[in-house]
Design a binder for this molecule. Structure first.
Ligand SMILES: *Cc1c(COP(=O)(O)O)cnc(C)c1O
Length: 375
């Protein structure tokens, strides 16, 4: 039996938009334009318009998007890139994949975003880029980060993989706030494909040109290769699905806000600490993350009431075995470490019904935590 409130319900989204999506898939199959055809071009143009940038280049995944930006900006061995300790592993992987060193920074207590003051303190003569993440759909502190980048002639690159459609207080979309931005279309993202997908957004025509070459074998004309490139293209079928879904994205993000607002209001005095209510209009709510003591007990309590939860993320980057060689230790990033012990993600998606939202709220409110463990 499926949960009363699954963590995510991609099937509900498909049911709601089956005709538009089936039609998109049929167009590609009928025209057999599976690789870099007109659907990819149309999606790139539409998504560039949406983000308010001149160029979008579709690639295979979000990790590809991040990695190719760094590669084409000439970042490699001997270089440092500043990334948050509190993020999905891909942010750091992109840096190490090009041979550069991820330099980690703790996050702020108030919104779990990279702390710009600590980021500035980590700048060295080897720092080539700042790579903030718009975590959970909330824009990172870009004004502060831009000042640091300009002062040090450092690139500002966005990991916008969780922030499709989010806007800054000035009204600019995530994806248009730095030298280039990476998006992921992993199925569970706010704009998700039916498989892997990714894109790079940039205002820089020359960077976009080089990225187009690189993602397609370095090919300038068929079988003529200007550079030793790679194969990491956005798939034609995925592009057609993304194009169909893009027209719903703003409405979906509004639906996510509706859920977030209900949660924030209802959980204010509960044992699960919600994000600050002033984040409701500013975030696109890829995830709704609360903080609890006795997380295991909390998750079991919700599971018993048919509510699935997640943890994003249980281990900060500096404590991952994959990055042991960076030489960090426990205690280096206390805010990220404390969050990793306490955070739980509640279900949030556009198709949630009022009854499902109430089920989640009731489950949280009926949780009475065990006495706080002495540690
Ligand atoms: C999803 C995600 C990525 C990676 O995207 P993929 O398409 O899975 O490669 C990178 N960074 C963040 C913050 C993400 O959430």
């Amino acid at each position: 039996m499926s949960a009363a409130v699954p963590f995510l319900d991609l099937k509900a989204q498909y049911r709601a938009h089956r005709e538009a999506i089936d039609a998109a898939i049929s167009r590609v199959v009928d025209s057999a334009s599976f690789i870099l055809g007109s659907e990819v071009e149309q999606f790139e143009t539409a998504f560039a318009d949406y983000c308010g940038v001149r160029h979008v280049v579709g690639v295979g995944t979000g990790l590809d998007a991040l990695r190719l930006i760094l590669l084409e900006e000439g970042i490699g061995p001997g270089d440092e890139v500043i990334v948050p300790a509190n993020t999905f592993i891909a942010t750091a992987l992109a840096v190490s994949a090009v041979g550069a060193r991820p330099v980690l920074v703790d996050c702020r207590k108030e919104d779990s975003s990279i702390d710009p003051v600590q980021a500035e303190a980590r700048v060295t003569p080897r720092t080539r880029a700042l790579l903030p993440v718009h975590l959970y759909g909330l824009p990172a502190p870009m004004d502060e980060l831009r000042r640091i980048a300009e002062r040090g002639s450092i690139l500002l690159v966005e990991d916008a993989c969780q922030a499709h459609g989010a806007r800054t207080p000035q009204g600019n979309r995530c994806g248009s706030l730095g030298k280039a931005a990476a998006f992921s279309f992993y199925p569970g993202k706010n704009l998700g494909a039916y498989g892997d997908g990714g894109a790079i957004a940039t205002q820089d025509a020359e960077l976009a040109r080089r990225l187009r070459l690189r993602r397609n074998y370095g090919q300038s004309m068929k079988y003529h290769h200007a550079v030793a490139g790679e194969n990491c293209r956005l798939d034609g079928l995925q592009a057609s699905i993304l194009l169909a879904k893009l027209s719903f994205l703003d409405a979906w993000n509004e639906q996510r806000r509706r859920v977030a607002l209900r949660y924030c209001e209802a959980l204010t005095d509960s044992a699960a600490l919600p994000p600050a209510a002033d984040q409701v209009p500013r975030s696109v709510w890829h995830l709704f993350v609360v903080q609890v003591e006795d997380r295991e007990g909390f998750q079991a309590h919700l599971r018993q009431r048919g509510v699935e939860t997640g943890i994003h993320y249980p281990v900060p980057i500096h404590l991952q075995p994959a990055y042991a060689h960076l030489g960090y230790s426990r205690g280096d990033f206390p805010v990220a470490e404390s969050l990793a012990q306490r955070i739980v993600s509640l279900p949030i998606y556009p198709e949630m019904t009022e009854a499902q939202i109430e089920t989640v709220i009731d489950a949280v409110l009926s949780w009475s935590p065990a006495p706080i463990s002495r540690r």
